[in-house]
Design a protein around this ligand. Structure first.
Ligand code: G4P
Length: 529
C-alpha cells in the first residue's frame, strides 16, 4: 500500500456527543438525511434510557436494541465515507461513551443555546482533551430564546478550557432569529423554520454590503451584524486549521438541528477540515493508518439480546491495512488465530456482510467469548493498542451471592458483563470480596437483571461508603507494598491485577497522597507505559 490510499483518504470517523437533550439524535438524523442514507425523519431512535424511571427494565432492553442498531452509522457524502459512532446520552453509560471516543478521529459537540455548557459537556470535553481529539462545536436550538452568542463563546472557553473560533454567526435569536452569516464562506443564509425539508432554501449574499441583505434584514440588523462580525474578527481571528487538528481550537457553528438550519454548513466544513484516520499508539510502536499490515482493536462489546444465544458482537475499529472476510488474524492477548465468516458493516442503520474494510471503519464481529474491550487483532505482529482506559468509578457495591448453588453462574456472568464494559469488577482481600464499580446507579439494575435472566444467578448489592477511586503505582516497589499492607481496607485490585485506592471523598484521597508521597495516583487505568 502506498503512503496514501484513496480508501483511507475517503474516510472520516467521528462521534456526535452532547449532554442529553441538546440535540445529538436530531443532528445525527439530519446528517443521515443530507447524506441520503435515510429519507424520513424519525428513523434514528433516541438512544437514551427513560430518565424519569430508571427501574424500567423494558426500557433498558429497548435501549440495548437501539444501541446495537445505531452503534455505527455509515454513509457516503461528497465522495467521502462518513462513519458516525453513536454514544449513549444517559450519564450512567458515560464509560461506554469514553471508550467509543477512543475509536473516532474527531468529534462534533452539540451545545444547547439555552442551557449552555452542562455537566456532561464538561466531562466529555475532558476526555477529548486527554486525547487531543479535534472538536467542532455546534450550538443548537438557535430558534429558541437562548443565551447571547458572545456569552456562549465565553462560557465555552472558560469552562471547557479551550479556544474557540466561530465560523458562522447568528442574526438574532429565538423569535428574532433571522439566520446565520457563514464566516467561512462569506455567505448569508436566511432562516426558515422547516422541520420536514432536507434543504431549506438558502438566500445567499456575496458580502455584508450586498443589496440582498437589505432586502431581507432591517437596516439595524445589518448594522448589528457588521459590528458583531468586526468584533468576532478582532477577538477570534481566522481559523487556524493546524490548531484545530491538534485539538487546541474548536470551530463553532450556530444553527437549529430540528429545522435543518446550519447543518449543511457544518457538514460541508466538517468534510473539508476534519481529519481522516489517525495514527494510534500501541504498547510497542505507533501504528499509522497507512501501514500496510492490518491492525484493529475492540472498543465495544454488545451482548445478544436473546438470552438463549450467548454470542456477542464485538465492535472493531480498523487502524491500518485492509481487513478481509474469512482471513485468519492474530488475537494478540490470547495468542491465537481467528477468522471471521460474517463480519458486519453498518450503513445508515442497516447491517450487511462486509468483504473488506479499511482504516477508520468499524465492523461488527460475532464473538462467542474471545473478546474483551481493548483486544487487538493483527496479521501476526505482537501489538497491544493503548488508550482504551478504564475510568475511575464513583459508586461501589459489594456483590452478595443470593443463591449458593449458582456460584459458578454468578462468577461467569459477572466476568462476562464486566468484559462487555457494563461495569468494572474489583477484588478485595481478604476473602476475595467482589466489588462492582460504576459511574451510575443504572448499571446495578442492568447487572442484577441480566445476571438473573441470562445466567440464572441471583445477587444483591451491599452499598460501600467509597465514592472515589484512583489507580496507584510507584517506582518504589516497597512503597507500593507498604500502602497495600497498611491501607488494606482501602485497596482493591482491578481485572488486570492493578491496585486501586478507594476513598470516600476527594479529601480522603488527598490525605492518602500526603501520607504516601512515593505513590502516584491516577484517574484512569491507562497510566502505564
Ligand atoms: P439528544 O439526542 O441530545 O438527547 O437530543 P434530541 O436530539 O433527542 O433532542 C432533544 C429535544 O430537543 C427533542 O425534543 C428535539 O426535538 C429538540 N430539538 C432538537 N433540535 C432542536 C432545535 O434546533 N430547536 C428546538 N427548539 N428543539 C430542538 P423533545 O420534545 O424532547 O422530543 P421530540 O418529541 O421532539 O422528539
Amino acid at each position: 500500500m502506498s503512503s496514501t490510499h484513496p480508501e483511507i483518504e475517503k474516510r472520516k470517523t467521528f462521534a456526535i456527543i452532547s449532554h442529553p437533550d441538546a440535540g445529538k439524535t436530531t443532528l445525527t438524523e439530519k446528517f443521515l438525511l443530507f447524506g441520503g442514507a435515510i429519507n424520513t425523519a424519525g428513523a434514528v431512535k433516541r438512544n437514551k434510557a427513560n430518565q424519569s424511571n430508571t427501574s424500567d427494565f423494558m426500557e433498558i432492553e429497548r435501549q440495548r436494541g437501539i444501541s446495537v442498531a445505531t452503534s455505527v452509522m455509515g454513509f457516503e457524502y461528497q465522495g467521502k465515507r462518513i462513519n458516525i459512532l453513536d454514544t449513549p446520552g444517559h450519564k450512567d453509560f458515560a464509560e461506554d461513551t469514553y471508550r467509543t471516543l477512543s475509536a473516532v478521529d474527531s468529534v462534533i459537540l452539540v451545545v444547547d443555546s439555552v442551557k449552555g455548557v452542562e455537566e456532561q459537556t464538561l466531562r466529555l470535553m475532558e476526555v477529548c482533551r486527554m486525547r487531543n481529539t479535534p472538536v467542532i462545536i455546534f450550538i443548537n436550538k438557535m430558534d429558541r430564546e437562548g443565551k447571547d452568542a458572545f456569552d456562549l463563546l465565553d462560557e465555552l472557553e472558560n469552562s471547557l478550557h479551550i479556544s474557540v473560533c466561530p465560523l458562522s454567526w447568528p442574526i438574532g435569536q429565538g423569535h428574532t432569529f433571522k439566520g446565520i452569516y457563514n464566516i467561512y464562506q462569506n455567505q448569508l443564509n436566511l432562516f426558515e423554520a422547516n422541520k420536514s425539508k432536507v434543504t431549506a432554501p438558502l438566500i445567499q449574499a456575496k458580502n455584508l454590503d450586498d443589496d440582498v441583505l437589505k432586502s431581507h434584514l432591517q437596516p439595524a440588523e445589518v448594522d448589528k451584524l457588521k459590528y458583531e462580525l468586526e468584533m468576532v474578527e478582532g477577538i477570534y481571528g481566522r481559523l487556524d486549521k493546524e490548531m484545530y487538528l491538534e485539538g487546541l481550537l474548536c470551530p463553532v457553528f450556530f444553527g437549529s438541528a430540528i429545522n435543518n438550519f446550519g447543518i449543511r454548513e457544518l457538514l460541508d466544513t466538517f468534510i473539508s477540515i476534519a481529519p481522516g484516520p489517525a495514527s494510534r499508539q500501541t504498547e510497542q510502536r505507533e501504528v499509522k493508518a497507512t501501514d500496510p499490515a492490518f491492525t484493529g482493536f475492540v472498543f465495544k462489546i454488545h451482548a445478544n439480546l436473546d438470552p438463549n444465544h450467548r454470542d456477542r458482537i464485538a465492535f472493531l475499529r480498523i487502524c491500518s491495512g485492509k481487513f478481509e472476510r474469512n482471513k485468519f488474524y492474530y488475537h494478540t492477548r490470547l495468542g491465537k488465530k481467528l477468522k471471521f465468516a460474517n463480519p458486519m458493516d453498518f450503513m445508515a442503520n442497516e447491517k450487511s456482510l462486509v468483504e473488506e474494510a479499511w482504516p477508520g471503519d468499524v465492523i461488527g464481529l460475532y464473538d462467542s467469548g474471545n473478546f474483551k474491550i481493548g483486544d487487538t487483532l493483527t496479521e501476526g505482529e505482537n501489538l497491544q493498542f493503548k488508550g482504551i482506559p478504564s475510568f475511575s468509578p464513583e459508586i461501589f457495591k459489594e456483590v452478595e451471592n443470593r443463591d449458593p448453588l449458582k456460584t459458578k453462574q454468578l462468577e461467569k456472568g459477572l466476568q462476562q458483563l464486566t468484559e462487555e464494559g457494563v461495569a468494572q469488577l474489583f477484588v478485595q482481600q481478604p476473602g476475595n470480596r467482589k466489588i462492582v464499580g460504576t459511574v451510575g446507579n443504572l448499571q446495578f439494575e442492568v447487572i442484577s437483571f441480566r445476571l438473573e435472566h441470562e445466567y440464572g444467578a441471583k445477587c444483591a448489592f451491599r452499598t460501600l461508603s467509597f465514592s472515589r477511586s484512583k489507580w496507584i503505582s510507584s517506582k518504589d516497589k516497597n512503597a507500593l507494598q507498604d500502602i497495600i499492607k497498611r491501607r488494606a481496607s482501602h485497596i482493591a485490585h482491578d481485572k488486570d491485577g492493578n491496585p486501586v485506592y478507594l476513598g470516600d471523598s476527594d479529601w480522603a484521597i488527598n490525605l492518602a497522597k500526603q501520607d504516601f508521597p512515593e505513590i502516584e495516583f491516577h484517574a484512569t487505568s491507562d497510566f502505564m507505559g
